[in-house]
Design a protein around this ligand. Structure first.
Ligand code: PMP
Length: 388
């Protein structure tokens, strides 16, 4: 029988058939006029999806960590001070990464499931002369969303560059790059952007490019150096051939299809759909009596849900039973609470049917694990939100 399992993890997600079929087209030359047109259009569409009319898009073969590296390598010089607004595993990663380029890194942290308050970040910013601040929009290890708009305003007021790790957010969570004053936003293809894994996607705003142009030292990473990529991105947008490293041509073609679909839906409609699906999922989980890692609704992401297991329930067994019920879910990621929770991704082309199937599989798996609850109560709560 065909494997009809539904992949509901926080990336990679399920991809649209038109995106997947674009991957299967014969590979063109990276300087073929048809491909130059596709790449140029994808870059233009990135600007619209990131809501960054004044931004410079970069599309480079690699995963989301390369996108983080692109920002770190190009904006940090040895001795620069960097503030990491840390809400979990990917904040730790950003701190490590910036340190590799010689940054003096300070973390502003919060208890697991929470986020540093704006006044704590303001206090940290006022205590040091920071060049840049990184913020994880949604930390995929906790499902906590940060207030990027508020944080960007703080950074702006102090002339600090703000880099947003939007790997679990861009094209799902509301992010208005130019309007909010975000200097760099980055993501990976395999999440809400809806293209198979393999592309690092980044948009740099004018202040970031300005800071880059004033560097005194060479970029300490050859592949990531914007000096190499900027002319390539500009050339593709000008519909001219160019080369630095061979682009992932099939993936870029798929990306262009996916970006086209995102824009056809419309950014506001897309944000609203993600919000409804998220509320429906979270209502189902709450009705089943499960807590969540984020400590409040306000701090919970819309691209994913991080439910806590009921006491005594074994995670691997639960996940296997959910898979047997047709839905693949992810285990915990944050090292301090790894065995205590699981993760549901609901981004990209996610539908009402997907979220119903997911809550249904969670119910089936809980029941099979011997957890006592009134059957159907999760589905009913999910349906209640979807019917509103
Ligand atoms: N940042 C966040 C918030 C992520 O969720 C991830 C991936 N889960 C990454 C960075 C790293 O992306 P990748 O695994 O594609 O390198």
């Amino acid at each position: 029988m065909k494997d009809r399992s539904l992949l509901m993890i926080p990336g990679p997600i399920e991809f649209e058939p038109a995106v997947l079929s674009a991957m299967g087209n014969p590979t063109p030359s990276h300087v073929a006029p048809e491909f130059i047109e596709v790449f140029g259009q994808a870059l233009e569409r990135m600007r619209e999806v990131f809501l960054a009319p004044d931004g410079q898009p970069f599309v480079v073969a690699g995963s989301g960590t390369l996108a983080m590296d692109l920002a770190g390598a190009n904006l940090v010089e040895p001795g620069d001070r960097a503030l990491v607004v840390n809400t979990g595993y990917f904040g730790d990663r950003y701190g490590d990464l910036l340190g590799r380029y010689g940054a003096e890194v300070t973390h502003v942290r919060a208890p697991i499931g929470s986020r540093p308050a704006l006044d704590e970040v303001e206090a940290a910013l006022s205590a040091g002369h920071y060049k840049l601040m990184t913020v994880t929009h949604v930390d995929t290890s906790t499902g906590v969303v940060t207030d990027v708009k508020g944080l960007a305003a703080l950074a702006r007021a102090r002339g600090v560059l703000i880099v947003v790790d939007g790997v679990c957010s861009v094209a799902g969570e509301v992010l208005r790059m130019t309007e909010w004053g975000v200097d760099v936003a980055l993501t990976a293809s395999q999440k809400a952007i809806g293209t198979p894994p393999g592309l690092a996607l980044l948009v740099a705003g004018p202040r970031a490019l300005e800071a880059f142009s004033h560097r005194k030292t060479d970029v300490g990473n050859y592949y990531a150096d914007w000096t190499n990529w900027l002319p390539v991105m500009q050339a593709y947008e000008a519909r001219k051939p160019s080369y630095f490293g061979t682009p992932a041509v099939n993936l870029v073609s798929a990306l262009n299809v996916s970006l086209g679909q995102i824009l056809a839906e419309g950014m506001d409609a897309r944000f609203l759909r993600h919000s409804r699906v998220s509320q429906a999922c979270k209502a189902g989980i709450a009705a089943l009596g499960l807590g969540q890692v984020p400590l409040s609704d306000e701090m919970a992401a819309t691209t994913m849900t991080a439910p806590r297991y009921p006491a005594g329930l074994a995670g691997p067994d639960f996940l296997a039973k959910a898979k047997a019920a047709g839905v693949i879910l992810a285990g915990g990621l944050h090292p301090a609470i790894r065995g205590e929770y699981f993760r549901i991704g609901h981004m990209g082309a996610v539908s009402q049917g997907d979220v119903l199937a997911t809550v249904g599989a969670v119910e089936s798996a809980l029941a099979a694990c011997g957890y006592g609850f009134e059957h159907g109560v999760g589905i009913a709560a999910t349906m209640g939100i979807l019917a509103e």
